[in-house]
Design a protein around this ligand. Structure first.
Ligand code: C5P
Length: 234
């Protein structure tokens, strides 16, 4: 039995306006992808990592992640890099196919965005522990600070869902390997992997996430991450 983490990192990251794939953007000198992979391995419970890289940058990414293999790399494990696809879900599917072919002993699969580069290793461990305890799908979540409104096409509010029952979803999301494979083969569509599994009728349970696991999407997010790392974040 082993745990493999898939890291879809094939997005162009245009909203960040850096002129390079978002996963390769450095924060305090270290690319987001390297930080994300280190966080996974530092949890102590991930044996293999499969990164889906932008197809034009597979070799670049291979070179960059070589810097991760010590001291965080697990004994007997490895960091693999494959070419990603057109959409995030395509990148996940390609990485999953590689993982299950190369690591047939993998029974737990995590899916983790490179953009959530500061996810604490304790969150990774909590997700793995919950899957290992028998939950086929596990997601880290946070409560909402803001009220959320549902609006119609014209921007008019049609509903105010009860905030107490809403959660913000983070990654890594953890799955029983066979369940995730079934979800990706189902032809269903959803904005995250847990959404796919949910559509199969499989229960998805939650564990506490962490504010550091925020997704870096905009220049503002990057500035916040830099400020936290360099100790100027207050
Ligand atoms: O663009 P967004 O931040 O929503 O992407 C989420 C994650 O999915 C990022 O880590 C991005 O690199 C990845 N992705 C991918 N393949 C794509 C598009 C996005 O691996 N075709």
């Amino acid at each position: 039995m082993s745990v493999v983490a898939l890291v879809p990192a094939a997005g162009r990251g245009e909203r960040l306006g850096y002129g390079m794939p978002k996963a390769l953007v450095p924060v305090d000198g270290v690319p987001l992808l390297v930080r994300a992979v280190r966080g996974l391995l530092d949890s102590g419970c991930v044996q293999h990592v499969v990164i889906a890289a932008p197809p034009s940058d597979v070799d670049v990414v291979r070179d960059i992640v070589k810097t991760v293999t010590a001291p965080s790399a697990p004994a007997g494990g490895a960091v693999h890099v494959v070419a990603g696809g057109a959409e995030r879900s395509d990148s996940v599917r390609l990485a999953l196919t590689h993982a299950l072919r190369e690591m047939p002993d993998a029974t737990i699969v995590l899916v983790h965005d490179a953009a959530r580069a500061f996810t604490p290793p304790a969150v990774v461990k909590a997700v793995v522990d919950a899957v290992a305890a028998g939950h086929p799908a596990v997601i880290p979540v946070l409560p909402l600070a803001d009220t959320v409104k549902q609006v119609d096409d014209g921007g008019v509010v049609v509903a105010t869902p009860d905030r107490a029952s809403l959660r913000i979803v983070q990654t890594p999301q953890g799955f029983d390997a066979a369940v995730l494979l079934r979800a990706h083969r189902s032809g269903l569509h959803a904005t995250d992997d847990a959404g796919l599994v949910e559509r199969l009728g499989v229960p998805v349970v939650t564990v506490p996430g962490h504010q550091d696991a925020m997704k870096i999407t905009t220049k503002f997010d990057l500035a916040v991450a830099e400020a936290i790392l360099t100790g100027t974040g207050g």
